[in-house]
Design a protein around this ligand. Sequence first.
Ligand SMILES: Cc1cc2nc3c(=O)[nH]c(=O)nc-3n(C[C@H](O)[C@H](O)[C@H](O)COP(=O)(O)OP(=O)(O)OC[C@H]3O[C@@H](n4cnc5c(N)ncnc54)[C@H](O)[C@@H]3O)c2cc1C
Length: 398
Amino acid sequence: MRIAIIGAGPGGLYTAALVKRLRPGCRIDVWEAGAPDQTFGFGVVFSEGALGGIEAADPQLFARLEAACAQWSRIDVHHRGQVMRNGGYRFSAIGRRVLLSMLRTRCTELGVTVRYGTRAPEAALLAGTYDLVVAADGVNSSTREAHREEFGTEGGTRGSRYLWLGTDRTFTALTFAVAETEFGPMHAHAYPYAPGLSTFIAEVDDHVREAAGFSDRDAGTPGGGRDDEGTADVDRIAGFFAGVLEGHRLRTNRSRWARFSVVRNRRWSLGNIALLGDSAHTTHFSIGSGTRLAMEDGLSLALAVDAHGAVPDALTAYEAERRPDVESMQRTARISQEWFEELDRYTDLGLEAFNAHLVTRSGRLTQEDMPSWSPDRVELIRDRFARADSLLRGAAAR
Ligand SMILES: Cc1cc2nc3c(=O)[nH]c(=O)nc-3n(C[C@H](O)[C@H](O)[C@H](O)COP(=O)(O)OP(=O)(O)OC[C@H]3O[C@@H](n4cnc5c(N)ncnc54)[C@H](O)[C@@H]3O)c2cc1C
């Protein structure tokens, strides 16, 4: 089988590595428009369930990821100079650059070719020469945009603007902070992902942004465009959150004011072209799940390709397995996003009530409440990959 993958983000690379492990005879070609070590953003959070799926599918990759992840167990809510600490959670996070580098290494070890710095030919062209084309080309997917009607694409940008930043303060919890500025409230989500490094996402309403005189350029998404747009506002943001940052600096990495893009598709495949990850669906970053969902899509698609000889059957099985989880997460994410959009309804509450509203905003209290693979499915995943490995070892010995 010949598979073309458009995009070497977490979704594309993980899919390539897993299909190659299950079907070593497959020819897999991956195209990535960017350079190998060039990416947007900082750290991304993983839930416990996400790492469980990776452990079952690829214990080697899991061990490397686990060793590189920062871990913590609290959500801290900062409000009007006070902090409420909520324990009993299990979070881990990793730098996006490190995650991509590990996935790239795994692909190289398994013999997958990734062409960096090269835009993929159009999916419709690839569909004529490859058995399967995977469009893992992100939130602005040109594959999806070329066939919006056929995929039944819905959504668009909405809500307040955010800036994806980093800081050299090592937070010790998933931290939410509100800064009540003279222009109105701003809020930030922060969490650690490596020693001396944390993600810091600042969000602001349009009327506050205008009053504060922040840049009104809308990047649409954090990737692409000029590097310095939005960065001029960063020192002022650091000033507004000085208490939470404890004097540490904010850093930028292709950081530009953007609105969150909602993406939904009535169908995820068209002939032998499949959407995967952000090209198929997005979830607001306040529930930190997009990377995990993209990788879980990759796992599901790899299993489906292995189980079904015929591509149409594999694509039907892939979508049937993934859609319920994804839609459930999208519902949760929408509620979470709306809560933050209406933040000024809650800011006059006392710390305890504010904290309770914030941590229960989506109705799901813990990451364990989030949908993930059932124990039976994890067992099956483990078996399938272990069997593929032993077949490979047998063939190598002969
Ligand atoms: C502010 C913010 C915070 C976030 N925080 C988290 C978090 O904490 N946890 C989490 O799990 N997720 C988080 N996410 C979401 C996460 O970044 C995405 O869901 C994830 O990157 C999706 O992976 P992907 O592989 O589908 O797409 P991407 O990572 O976007 O990768 C797509 C790739 O395709 C390439 N590409 C596009 N078109 C072409 C083409 N024609 N030819 C070749 N290459 C192409 C792009 O260069 C890119 O490298 C966050 C997102 C934002 C915006």
